[in-house]
Design a protein around this ligand. Structure first.
Ligand code: ADP
Ligand code: ASP
Ligand code: MG
Length: 464
């Protein structure tokens, strides 16, 4: 069996949904489980609705909800050629929107918006899009069945960025999904959403649909996990920054994981891990260009002598510099520093140390004041805000001489704040001012990729 995940732009309107049905039908013999995102920008609209309600603008919030309902109704009217089915769907959406309105009402009265309410509201996008697709498939005679992901995607209680409980999910997927797959039913379910053990709705964090797909794929021992999106695959850089970015035909799990972690939005950062565990290939495909073969992410791609494969970037980074003369020749200093970050549950991305100083990067600054206060009891602390990370990735970087020299040459006009070569040795990460990110990605891209011919690895975007 395979898992097919379709992102927001792949289900943005009736025409796109019709294409999704065609894609799924073509794979019907491989017993697909379909994992869907909300229609494009619906999650943003839902979150904006919640914030509008919190600000006390209930009328504006209701207007946003009405607009969203209209958009869904337009999609279903153009997709489903059967009036009674459309009417039944509209009737079933009414109470769901009523629930959203009630939630907004409560938020507006209290003026308080909890992460739990945010998840209840945000989850509606996936629930609606998947109901429409499932009905549209059934009406076309495809044996589809809509399954609520909250029955099997069990998470902890960290609303807004909930952690999947793999053991429970494994058991539930085997109990609920596996028999349907065996009976050749095409399951249509939601990415991104789940529930805690008490049945309260949670989400896996923004862009979490990819993660859902690979969790489901791993639990069902899928032969392949397909991520359908709006670009040809994993590219040499974000095409919005480097318009001449090329497609990578094949890359390793490790390369893809680094790229996703350091900002390549095409995959949620956690997507690769469940797939790695079961050694399931992940294929990134373009739902707007079906002839394209996408990017295959596998454990051992064929060896190449190409050192750099892709460049990722992340904005909104804060650098924390910690200095203390006491560190000179002392042990335990790093432990004291990390225990502070640990205590405030703040994950550190990059670390670089010298004899008496440590620089670290974080992207969650919600407890930064407390972290600074505590670090200051034993060290001098300074902060650099509005920084960004550029991450240059390639399996062969470690065994190729002169790559660092080329990177620094390409970045010669930019002030480098921090440089780290990951322990994995397949990436080099460089911190620079956020405002320099585009320029840095473009210079690096020009240097490494702009003159590269099509090979077994690279392919121009728009190719086959
Ligand atoms: P979906 O809604 O299908 O999940 P996303 O918007 O989350 O799609 O991810 C696709 C987008 O990721 C692309 O449109 C592209 O702008 C961005 N992106 C960033 N880095 C890369 C990269 N290295 N390769 C491909 N796309 C990238
Ligand atoms: N709809 C969710 C989001 O916009 C999840 C996803 O698309 O993967 O973040
Ligand atoms: Mg996405």
């Amino acid at each position: 069996m395979i898992v097919m995940k379709f992102g927001g732009t792949s289900v943005e309107d009736a025409k796109s949904m019709q294409t999704v049905i065609k894609i799924v039908q073509k794979e019907q013999s491989r017993q697909p489980v379909v994992v869907l995102s909300a229609i494009s920008s619906a999650t943003n609209t839902l979150l904006k609705t919640a914030r509008t309600a919190q600000e006390g603008n209930l009328n504006d919030a209701i207007l946003l909800l009405n607009g969203l309902l209209d958009r869904h109704v337009t999609v279903m009217e153009n997709l489903i050629d059967d009036r009674p089915t459309v009417q039944r769907l509209i009737a079933s959406f009414k109470p769901q929107f009523e629930e959203l309105r009630n939630l907004c009402h409560g938020i507006a009265i209290l003026g308080e918006l909890t992460n739990r309410s945010l998840d209840a509201i945000a989850s509606m996008g996936e629930l609606l899009s998947s109901q429409i697709l499932s009905e549209a498939m059934c009406i076309r005679g495809i044996p589809a069945k809509w399954i609520d992901a909250r029955t099997f995607m069990i998470t902890d209680n960290e609303f807004v960025s909930a952690a999947p409980q793999f053991d429970i999910i494994d058991a539930k997927v085997k109990e609920i999904l596996a028999p349907l797959v065996s009976s050749k039913t095409i399951i249509v379910t939601q990415g991104f959403i789940g529930s805690n053990t008490n049945g309260i709705t949670t989400t896996l964090g923004r862009g979490g649909g990819d993660y859902s797909a690979s969790i489901i794929g791993a639990a069902l021992d899928a032969e392949e996990i397909q991520i359908w999106t709006d670009v040809d695959g994993i590219l040499t850089a974000d095409p919005r920054i480097a318009p001449s970015a090329q497609k990578l035909r094949i890359i390793s799990f490790r390369e893809a994981a680094e790229l996703a972690y350091f900002g390549a939005k095409v995959l949620h950062p956690s997507t690769i891990f469940p797939a790695v565990k079961k050694d399931i290939p992940v294929v990134v495909l373009n739902s707007k260009r079906l002839e394209n073969t996408g990017t295959r992410i596998v454990s051992r791609p064929p060896k190449t002598n190409i050192p750099v494969k892709s460049i990722a970037c992340k904005r909104g980074i804060t650098v924390v510099n910690v200095q203390s003369l006491r560190m000179l020749m002392a042990y335990g200093f790093l432990e004291s520093i990390f225990s502070v970050f640990n205590k405030y549950e703040t994950s550190v991305d990059l670390v670089s140390t010298s004899e008496v100083a440590v620089s670290l990067t974080i992207d969650n600054t919600s407890t930064l004041d407390k972290i600074i206060e505590e670090l200051s009891t034993f060290a001098e602390v300074s902060i650099l805000k509005k920084q960004g990370i550029i991450c240059i990735v390639g399996d062969q970087m470690r065994s190729t001489a002169g790559v660092a020299n080329q990177i620094f040459h390409a970045l010669r006009e930019i002030n480098l704040v921090m440089i780290t070569q990951g322990a994995s040795e397949i990436n080099m990460s460089i911190v620079i001012e956020e405002s320099q990110i585009d320029k840095a990605v473009q210079s690096l891209h020009q240097h490494f990729f702009e003159t590269i011919p099509a090979t077994d690895i690279f392919e121009p975007v728009g190719g086959k």
